[in-house]
Structure formats: C-alpha cells, structure tokens
Design a binder for this molecule. Structure first.
Ligand code: SAM
Length: 247
C-alpha cells in the first residue's frame, strides 16, 4: 500500500509507542549493529540508539524514509524492501515493529533476515497475530459488500504454531513465540476509527466516490460502537505475535 508519512506521524504514533516494550528484548551492547526493518518515520530507530551507536533504518516506502531522514538527520535510513535486502552477515539484531503482517512472501522475508544476521544474531519482532482487527475487518467487509465491492485482505496474521514453523524452516532458533490481545485506543476521539480506516484500508476506499466512502465509515462506526467505543475513544481489537529467534 501507499504510505502517507505525514498522516502516519500525526495520527498513528501509537504504533511506535507500543513498540517500545519490544525494545527490552534488544540487548544493550554499544558495539552491535542493529537493523530497524520497516522503520517507518524512525521513532523506534531513534530509541534503538540507546542500545548501540550502529543503527540502520530500512523501509520500502520512499515517503516514510524521507520523513524519517527529516526527523532524525543523524541516522542512516535506506529505502529497502525487506524481501530484497542488500546485506549478508551484517547485523547482530534485526528489530521490527508492526511490519511483517504487510508482507505476503514470508519465506523470502525470513530467508533475507537469516542472511543479513551474523551468526548468533537475533530477530526481535512483533506484528499482527491471528484474529487481529477481526471485528474491524468484518465490519469493513460487510459495508463494502453493500456497495458490491470485495475487501481483499492485505494482511498476514499467523498463529503461533504456524509462525514458529516458518522461523525454524528459515534456519532460525525460536526463543519466544507468543501472541496476546492488545486492545489499542485510537487517537482523535470520535474520528479515531475513520482515521485508522482511511490509513490502513486506503487502497479499498480510494476507488469509491466520496459519498460511498463516507457511507462506509458511518456504517462501520454504527456496527462497531457497542464493542469498540468506550465512551471517549475508539479501541481497536488488536492482537499481536511477538517473536525472538537466534541464528
Ligand atoms: C505500521 S508501519 C510501522 C513503522 C514503524 N516500525 C513503527 O513502529 O512505527 C509499517 C511499515 O512497514 C513498511 N513496510 C511494509 N512492507 C515492507 C517491506 N516489504 N519492506 C520494508 N518495509 C516495509 C511500511 O512502509 C511502513 O513504514
């Protein structure tokens, strides 16, 4: 999908905020080389500097990398696809928050991670688990189908068992693979859900005429209000999978 870095930075800063807990799995070692894979606008890349001076941020979106460079001019950011990384035996840690569910070729992704890690190197990542945003996606699909459209699920949300197997097949040794519910408040009060839908389902929404788009957002809000509106904010039904694995 097309990422709008300014909108992301403004409305979806919570993504990186939640990623901060994942940082505790990155060892403190000033000499180590760390790759922040799918770094977005670089908020966590910046935090990784507390673990080591050798940090590279990589993202497939030129707009995200442009914004990351602007916000953190001293960090080395590159436009790189996670499935075609240009390195071998280069990093002690590959860190990644909220990225892998966007990538359909998981085999290529994990093979690339194996290759760029040094021996004993560590993958530390978290992304969407099975049934992540299940209610939001159901409501979106029902509303789209009333306009004779189909929602192509762009996400990969695996089970723990499925992902453990993929990690092992890539040659990595899993130390931790777990999933958990992480209900996630969305910024901006009443507008939280529509901001989220506009960012993350942009490719389904953008072909629709303006009135059709508005109807979908309104229908979703009324379908989800009982479950996901807590009186002051929308709370998305996120579920996460966390993976720590060693080469
Ligand atoms: C939800 S953002 C997360 C950004 C950041 N890690 C954070 O925690 O704020 C997902 C990021 O993954 C990037 N991404 C998606 N597919 C990718 C791929 N194949 N290779 C590299 N980056 C990718 C997107 O461009 C986007 O910046």
């Amino acid at each position: 999908m097309e990422w709008n870095a300014d909108f992301y930075e403004d409305k979806h800063g919570f993504v990186a905020d939640y990623g901060k807990d994942l940082l505790s799995h990155v060892p403190d070692n000033p000499g180590q080389a760390i790759l922040d894979l799918g770094c977005g606008t670089g908020a966590l890349t910046q935090e990784l500097l507390a673990k080591s001076a050798h940090v590279v941020g990589a993202d497939a979106s030129p707009d995200m990398v442009r914004k990351a460079r602007m916000l953190h001019p001293d960090i080395d950011f590159r436009v790189v696809d996670a499935c075609r990384m240009p390195w071998s035996n280069r990093f002690d840690v590959v860190f990644s928050n909220a990225v892998f569910h966007w990538i359909s070729d998981q085999k290529a992704l994990l093979e690339n991670i194996f290759r760029v890690l040094k021996p004993q190197g560590r993958l530390v990542c978290e992304f969407g688990a099975v049934r992540n945003i299940h209610r939001i996606q159901q409501a979106f699909q029902s509303s789209l189908s009333r306009q004779k459209r189909h929602h192509e699920n762009p996400f990969y949300f695996p089970t723990v068992e499925e992902y453990r197997k993929l990690v092992e097949q890539a040659g990595l040794h899993p130390e931790l693979v777990m999933d958990y519910d992480r209900p996630t408040p969305l910024k901006d009060g009443e507008n939280g859900l529509r901001n989220w839908v506009r960012q993350f389902f942009a490719s389904d929404l953008s072909p629709l005429p303006g009135a059709g788009r508005i109807r979908i957002l309104e229908e979703m809000e009324s379908a989800l209000r009982d479950e996901l509106w807590d009186g002051t904010q929308w709370v998305a039904d996120y579920r996460r999978i966390r993976v720590i694995a060693v080469k």
